[in-house]
Ligand binder design. Sequence first.
Ligand code: NAD
Length: 333
Amino acid sequence: MTEASIPQRMQELAQLLQRYNQEYYELDQPSVPDAEYDRLFRQLQQLEADYPQYADSNSPTQKVGGKALSAFQQVTHETPMLSLDNAFEEDEFSAFYQRIRERLDLTSELEFCCEPKLDGAAVSILYEQGKLIRAATRGDGQTGEDITENVKTIRNVPLQLSGDYPQRLEVRGEVFMPIKAFESYNQHALERGDKVFANPRNAAAGSLRQLDSKVTAQRPLHFYAYSMGVVSTEVNLADSHAGRLQQLQSWGLPISDEIKVVEGASAVTAYYQDILSRRPQLRYEIDGVVLKVNSIALQDNLGFVSRAPRWAIAWKFPAQEEMTTIHGVDFQV
Ligand code: NAD
């Protein structure tokens, strides 16, 4: 590539990624595998780093998700719902680890809360006086879609919190469709001549964004909480991420049972390897692990960049052949 052709290549990549974003986030119908999207995304990121003079502040590398559909009421998030930076190889995780230790001026090892990266759709659920009053999709990070009635149909989402909960609590987490439920849903859909979903992620996202909550109620969706959004101040919150997840659990919110706190980069690698080896046996699809600095004080110190926190990274698993076969019909995504 000559330098003269760089701005054009950057524009091509941006347009392509915008199209893929729309197919994936707004239509729930991706036309390329995630690995291909990630490859193009990284190419654009690299070009922007090498040639900042051509970088566009509206680039897909600076944005989160897709636009909220106008068929739904819009919800403005009180604090943005961001994405995560990615690592694909161990050396990328190590570089992240070193970078944040240097930024924090630490010589000791860092503690991480390690979680499976659930492959579904992000939601924000707001409780007031313990009662579920609103749920929204992430949308573009600032504005999401109001899917309150749909989320209320998910069986393991409590409509009423229990215990000593804060008067106002926003919970963030992932709605997903367990693999067995996805397979049997697709099989029945095929028999009925209905639309089948390419993978559990699309099934979850598509099922959540139904205009009729009776349709969502028939879909086998599940929820795990992974963080807090806005919280009123009358309850003391734990000073670690893992502690806050336990608080969420004590108020009745479900969390994954694969969450583990470890210290140091090699313990994180061991967690990654362990989950990767057990991936085929998990009841839900995951596309990697999410590693979060456990101390809230250190998280606050590290802060955010435009589309992601500096204190967390998604270490993605190698791409699987993204093919689903139902009754001899192949669905390639
Ligand atoms: P992401 O999926 O890489 O990471 C952020 C998301 O991870 C969060 O919003 C949350 O929903 C989810 N998550 C799951 N478990 C979590 C946990 N324990 N803690 C915190 N978050 C957790 O980022 P993204 O912005 O949602 O999506 C980007 C990815 O989507 C791309 O890397 C690509 O793989 C895929 N994508 C594919 C296409 C396509 O056309 N195939 C298009 C757009 C995006």
